[in-house]
Design a protein around this ligand. Sequence first.
Ligand SMILES: Nc1ncnc2c1ncn2[C@@H]1O[C@H](COP(=O)(O)OP(=O)(O)OP(=O)(O)O)[C@@H](O)[C@H]1O
Ligand SMILES: O=C(O)[C@H](O)[C@@H](O)[C@H](O)[C@H](O)CO
Length: 286
Amino acid sequence: MTMSSTTERSPDDFSADPYLKSLVDNDPKSYSDGNPLPKSTPADPQSHQTANHGIFIVVMGVSGTGKSTLGAALSEALHVPFIDGDDLHPKSNVEKMSRGEPLTDEDRAPWLEIIRTTAHKKVQTQRGEDPGEIPEPESKPETEHALEKHEAKVAASSTQLKTGTEARSINRPGIIIACSALKKTYRALLRGHEKSGTVPSHFVSPHSEDLPTYFVFMKGGKDVLMDRMEHRKGHFMKAKMLESQLETLESPEDEEGVVTVPIEMTLEEQVKEIKDGLEKFIGESL
Ligand SMILES: Nc1ncnc2c1ncn2[C@@H]1O[C@H](COP(=O)(O)OP(=O)(O)OP(=O)(O)O)[C@@H](O)[C@H]1O
Ligand SMILES: O=C(O)[C@H](O)[C@@H](O)[C@H](O)[C@H](O)CO
């Protein structure tokens, strides 16, 4: 089933989920008169190659591949904030996964829209632009912590900028989000190539050229994953869900802007591989 064929939701559907309802209620403008958010000026397709243009990096792969671990490490290395996509799931999705039930396309669609919109908002804020009235999705302390850490780093970087050192390697607007992004259609939505039609109009996310999107694909075999998930403590996603995650996964390796990293590599090796890969796509050092 493609994302574009998912059933359009009415505002009433959003009332059923307190999390989605809070997002709707926070934006009376788009619901009373149907006005979408003002969009940023469309950028020149090549303009993401300038240091001021933000980038959106999605760390993807099935559960247990190490997305959260790598996302945090990449954030340190690139001086770009990190958000765990798990923190942006509607509550109903987390409850469903905790019960051991795999999510459907319909469950994932609003979550994917929220992820892209959140990425855009964070990049706009870093650029000093007004992110408009996109409501702040429910966030958990870890997310806030990651953003605070990033802000502290930006402050430290500014000092370096003043002294003229490492000016090109710091302070680039951008955001890293961990998200399973299992299917091609989900990635089309995260890239801004498609709309799911499952969220209110104020979730208008930017065109792909206005927020260039890259994927880091964490590739690994079932045995290693099963072992990691079985040893991981305190996570809502249990090892028995791995089967359905692997069945759902459509490899992104033939798609544009994808850096693939084996999960067996050390964290250090993964970060280096990704930095090199992204620099090739972007055409400059990060
Ligand atoms: N490079 C690595 N080498 C060995 N173990 C790792 C590596 N990266 C992560 N791990 C371990 O694997 C487990 C899964 O990692 P993590 O929670 O980051 O995965 P995830 O993809 O974010 O999972 P989920 O999507 O289910 O939240 C953790 O116990 C983590 O410590
Ligand atoms: O698409 C999905 O099925 C979900 O996003 C999961 O992958 C979880 O969010 C994550 O892996 C938590 O463990």
